[in-house]
Ligand binder design. Structure first.
Ligand code: SAH
Length: 389
């Protein structure tokens, strides 16, 4: 996207939001975030294709090292084995970005006999430009793709078994995936779903809103009083000005998982604390720099932490089993990230330095190793998957 286009998009949404606030009054943070990310015309994910990667707004684990997707692909194959190798399994990715995780994962998953032939891939994605990138990334694994049309057919690593389905299928929501055994992956998916913020002010919880100041600039404010939220786990009163963040998308995911027929296993990797707590985590990222979440609606990525402790409690209350959360370093380390990196380095000495740097970034506490967590939500009758079992 050219900067001229970006500026038009930005002002476009800002104007739409101003008009809406003038007409309807201050809008809850959740509605603001929903508009910024998913407004059909101006939303960040609707327009953005070049957002993820070293030259985009932010970078994610699968874009840093192929080891990430490879280990998760093998993990999926082993989970499929633990389900009793069903002849058909839905392999579902939530928010697949550029499709890199699954491309690396399917390549590695070929080592598990029969897994690819049993798997039908479903991608839950709202971004049209990213869907196109995903189509290209996964084309070598689709049955419908004839070798003659396949520019990647001659490359090493793309010959071999293909997926069960004729092609990858796309969905707007997880609920659209047909019934049947399912393995679900979501890396940095939940953080991209809108949150609601409640503020504890003068002894009561109030909705945090976005309003206009005297100069028509967006600013945060306090809206209506709300009942004590269910997710307020504290026995004593929260501290003054405590902020509680609630994400409807997490509750919806759990309801979907609980409603699916067994077996189902979902691996969720994201950033956020293992223990439930208060605090504001809404952040805007553009060109690898943090910014003001109200400054450029629609043209910065808006995210908030995933509260893994609360997510785990909700999942258990819905009758599901939970493994973890553990840190990304523990998860990838136990699955053999260092060993896989060493093999890649031995096979590609010229790239050994960048392979090592990439894996270090995934594992180190100063990089993504500590803040990022991995958690599995699954049917209770499945055994705990590696590395939890
Ligand atoms: N998993 C990828 C991308 C993470 S970015 C990676 O690790 O690189 C978040 C992804 O979720 C993007 O693909 C974005 O388009 C998608 N997304 C955002 N909101 C969504 C929604 N409401 N439903 C489905 N996908 C969504």
């Amino acid at each position: 996207m050219s900067s001229a286009q970006a500026d038009t998009g930005e002002d476009g949404l800002l104007e739409v939001l101003r008009a809406r606030i003038r007409r309807d009054g201050p809008m809850p943070v959740e509605a603001y975030m929903q508009a910024c990310l998913a407004d059909p015309e101006h939303g960040y994910w609707r327009q953005a294709a070049g957002t993820i990667g070293a030259d985009g707004d932010f970078i994610t684990a699968p874009e840093i090292s192929q080891v990430f997707g490879e280990l998760i692909g093998l993990w999926c194959g082993v989970v499929w084995q633990s389900m009793g190798r069903p002849a058909g399994v839905h392999l579902i990715e939530l928010g697949p970005g550029r499709g890199t995780l699954l491309r690396d994962g399917l390549r590695a998953g070929r080592a598990v006999p029969g897994f690819l032939q049993a798997a039908a891939v479903h991608l839950v994605e709202i971004s049209a430009p990213l869907r196109e990138m995903q189509r290209q990334a996964l084309a070598p694994f689709s049955r419908s793709r004839r070798p003659a049309q396949d520019p990647a057919a001659g490359l090493p690593g793309v010959v071999g078994p293909r997926l069960r389905g004729d092609d990858v299928e796309w969905h707007e929501r997880l609920g659209e995936v047909p019934p049947g055994p399912a393995i679900i992956i979501g890396n940095e998916f939940l953080d991209a779903l809108p949150i609601r913020q409640l503020v504890f002010a003068a002894g009561a919880w109030r909705e945090r809103v976005v309003e206009l100041d005297g100069q028509e600039k967006l600013r945060f404010g306090l809206g209506a009083t709300v009942d004590r939220p269910e997710a307020d786990w504290a026995d004593t009163a929260p501290p003054p000005d405590a902020i509680l963040e609630l994400r409807a998308g997490e509750s919806e995911l759990i309801a979907e998982l609980a409603g699916r027929q067994a077996p189902v296993a979902a691996l969720l990797i994201d950033y956020g604390p293992a223990e439930a707590g208060y605090g504001e985590t809404l952040q805007a990222v553009r060109r690898h720099a943090y910014g003001d979440p109200l400054a450029t609606p629609g043209s910065a990525d808006l995210t908030a932490h995933v509260q893994f402790g609360r997510l785990a409690r909700q999942a258990r209350a819905a009758g599901l089993a939970v493994d973890g959360p553990i840190t990304q370093a523990e998860f990838l380390g136990a699955l053999g990230a260092a060993e896989r990196a060493a093999r890649l380095m031995a096979a590609n000495p010229a790239e050994a330095g960048s392979i090592e740097t990439g894996v270090q970034r995934l594992l180190s506490p100063a990089g993504m190793g500590q803040l990022f967590k991995a958690m599995v939500i699954r049917s209770p009758d499945l055994p705990p998957p590696a590395p939890f079992g």
